[in-house]
Design a protein around this ligand. Structure first.
Ligand code: AP5
Ligand code: MG
Length: 216
């Protein structure tokens, strides 16, 4: 099972990917989490990426494509994966097509979580994350349920970075959906409702037949 999760900042990609990981037992590949791990480890890539993320802008296609090429080839991806946060630009989508063809694999479904902008702003302003495992939680949660760490606010959830994140998503990432719509792979999911409601819709969409032509 190979899945792509799509949606604006704060639409619930990480939340639903976590559910899908538990349900299907396949890894959750989140490019934002990978970049934040590099920043935390103070690697050269992390030092380059830190001001870009803090400003709500996109890291270069070259870096992101190399990162995903390396990650998808790891042994834990053998039974499939859930990608969250990639591709965000047309060149990234083209590179991912090439990579999937090289691996003789295809996407089973692109899950597009739709949430209005005022709700995105509300969710991002209150979101808490675990600094260790990066799981996300709603406001009021004290500690991570997986490892007990005290939760923190993400640097790019500060008000000055949130608007640019939504703007770049609308200008550069929304057009990428058309790339997959042409293949009949996109399931549009109303992302408003409880997390459990959305999870039910996501699972129903994953198991529904697609309009895609049969391929490898
Ligand atoms: P990334 O980490 O991917 O951030 P994002 O796309 O902005 O998305 P978020 O993680 O903010 O939101 P989410 O949809 O995962 O929502 P969540 O489940 O947490 O990327 C960060 C940065 O890295 C980018 O800005 C860019 O700089 C860089 N980057 C990454 N990939 C890149 C690429 N391919 N190319 C270039 N640059 C790249 O939920 C949000 C909150 O809402 C939580 O508190 C959650 O508990 C709550 N919530 C979830 N569902 C519901 C619900 N149904 N009802 C109420 N609350 C809910
Ligand atoms: Mg996320």
């Amino acid at each position: 099972m190979n899945l792509l999760l799509y949606g604006a900042p704060g639409s619930g990609k990480g939340t639903q990917a976590n559910m899908l990981r538990g349900h299907f037992g396949i890894p959750h590949i989140a490019t934002g989490d990978m970049l934040r791990a590099e920043i935390q480890a103070e690697t050269p890539l992390g030092r380059e990426a830190q001001p870009i993320l803090a400003a709500g802008q996109y890291v270069s296609d070259e870096i992101m494509i190399a990162m995903i090429r390396n990650r998808v080839r790891q042994p834990d991806c053998g039974r499939g994966f859930i990608i969250d946060g990639f591709p965000r630009t047309i060149p990234q989508a083209v590179a991912l097509d090439t990579l999937m063809a090289e691996l003789s694999r295809h996407f089973d479904r692109v899950l597009y979580l739709q949430v209005p902008v005022d709700e995105l702003l509300r969710r991002l302003s209150g979101r808490l994350v675990c600094p260790l495992c990066q799981r996300t939680y709603p406001p009021g949660t004290a500690a991570c349920e997986a490892d007990g760490k005290t939760l923190v606010q993400r640097e790019d959830d500060k008000v000055e970075a949130v608007r640019p994140r939504i703007e770049i998503y609308l200008s550069k990432t929304i057009p990428v959906l058309d790339h997959y719509r042409g293949e009949g792979l996109v399931s549009e999911i109303d992302g408003m409702g409880t997390i459990d409601d959305i999870s039910r819709q996501v699972l129903a969409a994953v198991t529904a037949p697609t309009g895609k032509r049969q391929s490898a």
